[in-house]
Design a protein around this ligand. Structure first.
Ligand code: HEM
Length: 395
């Protein structure tokens, strides 16, 4: 491997445009090793897919965020679990997130989109992420979970802060730690209230749900397990959708002919959602713990190593997607890994697809064209999601 081929997920410059580095990794070092942060990485589609389904070799119970793997959590969320524990937890929420159940939210999502976007008609411009993309998913998830509307903006701010990393730092910042602790107190209060007086919301359903145990018995979830669930669903559902919508605003502005196709034929929007997910995947890295020695591309990866599955790179792999760097809303996409693959496949996939489809639909209906003020673009810097938190547009 060439000495100048360096992939550092914490490097802001690389994060601004990792695609050239990822392309070199796919071509020159399909099994990559970063000595500084001590992790391996797979970047080709076939390799990422194979590792995603082999959860015995590539496990999640040490965490799936590179910098969190050295200190496993006490009450991990299910995304950091392996079977059989993962299977039992996933079963608890499977029914809440089916396409059919989630479909019932379409009217509410459309109403929220209109509420955010309509005031900007004729205003000349606004920030697509700050004023819309970051707000929508918090409202959707929080109302699904049952958090009171007046708390939802604060939840969004905490959720953003918990993921923040200072330049050069791999651990959470002081602000991130403070937000984590405030959020924990907040949810403890919510759990206590619902234990006393259950309501018709997902939180109350989880409090009453019976978790299956290895010995065939069942038990209720502890406060810590409930909190981990709430935190997972809200952080997984807010950040990713906000980043997706930022990518949507930039990609469609930078490819006006593709945008015009969607204005002319809104029936293409569901396919455009898949192409946007593929082209700039909001969750680009899924880390795994390697449980045994395994040979990949002629090299042995020792057991007890960290492996980064570069899903965003895999989605640009020319071996899987012809002309992979071309953005094409009508591209035929049979499969991609932007929502993961295998047992941890995104629980919120139906919700993500519904929110993004309705958002694009309502946006194009009100603003068939817009331009991005590139000087005003700002990125979030986390090792788990990639994208913008500020996308000023003129329309
Ligand atoms: C565009 C938006 C989204 C993207 C790109 C995305 C991406 C992903 C990816 C890549 C995974 C797999 C993680 C792994 O393999 O370790 C995942 C899992 C998950 N996602 Fe999403 N997600 C999105 C939206 C949502 C939403 C709206 C929710 C809300 C419920 C959600 C909840 C989850 C949960 C709970 C898991 C863990 C599933 C498990 O461990 O079984 N996601 N997501």
């Amino acid at each position: 491997m060439a000495a100048d081929l360096v992939y550092d997920p914490y490097d802001y410059e690389i994060d601004a445009d990792p695609h050239p580095v990822w392309k070199r990794m796919r071509d020159e070092a399909p099994l990559y090793y970063n000595a500084e942060h001590d992790f391996y990485a797979l970047s080709r589609f076939e390799d990422v897919l194979a590792a995603s389904v082999d959860h015995e070799t590539y496990c999640s119970n040490r965490g799936t965020v590179l910098e969190l793997m050295d200190a496993p959590m006490q009450d991990p969320p299910m995304i950091f679990m392996d079977p059989p524990r993962h299977t039992h937890f996933r079963k608890l929420v499977r029914k809440t997130f089916t396409k059919q159940q989630i479909g019932k939210l379409e009217g509410r999502i459309r109403e929220l989109c209109r509420g955010y976007l309509e005031p900007f008609v004729g205003a000349g411009g606004f920030d697509y992420v700050e004023d819309f993309g970051a707000k929508l998913p918090v409202m959707v998830i929080s109302s699904l979970l049952g958090a009171p509307e007046e708390d939802q903006e604060q939840l969004r701010i905490w959720s953003d802060l918990t993921l923040h990393r200072e330049p050069g730092e791999t651990g959470p910042s002081a602000a991130a730690r403070a937000a984590t602790s405030e959020m924990w107190s907040y949810w403890q209060g919510q759990i206590k209230e619902r234990r006393a007086r259950p309501r018709d919301d997902v939180m109350s359903q989880l409090i009453q749900a019976e978790l299956e145990l290895e010995d065939g018995g069942t038990r209720r979830l502890s406060d810590g397990e409930l909190y981990a669930f709430y935190l997972l669903i809200s952080s997984a559902g807010n950040e990713t959708v906000a980043r997706f919508l930022g990518n949507t605003a930039t990609l469609l502005a930078w490819h006006p002919a593709e945008r015009a196709k969607l204005v002319a034929d809104p029936g293409l929007i569901p396919n455009a959602v898949e192409e946007i997910l593929r082209f700039e995947s909001p969750s680009p890295i899924q880390a795994r713990w390697v449980t045994r020695d395994v040979e990949i591309h002629g090299q042995v990866v020792p057991g007890d190593s960290k492996m980064a599955l570069l899903t965003s790179s895999a989605n640009r792999d020319e071996r899987e997607f012809p002309d992979a760097d071309r953005f094409d809303v009508a591209r035929k996409i049979d499969r991609h890994v932007a929502l993961g693959f295998g047992i941890h496949f995104c629980l919120g996939a139906s919700l993500a697809r519904l929110e993004t489809r309705v958002s694009i639909d309502e946006t194009l209906r009100l603003f068939p064209t817009w331009e991005v003020d590139e000087a005003g673009l700002r990125r979030v810097h986390t090792s788990t999601v990639r994208g913008y938190n500020k996308v000023p547009i003129t329309c």
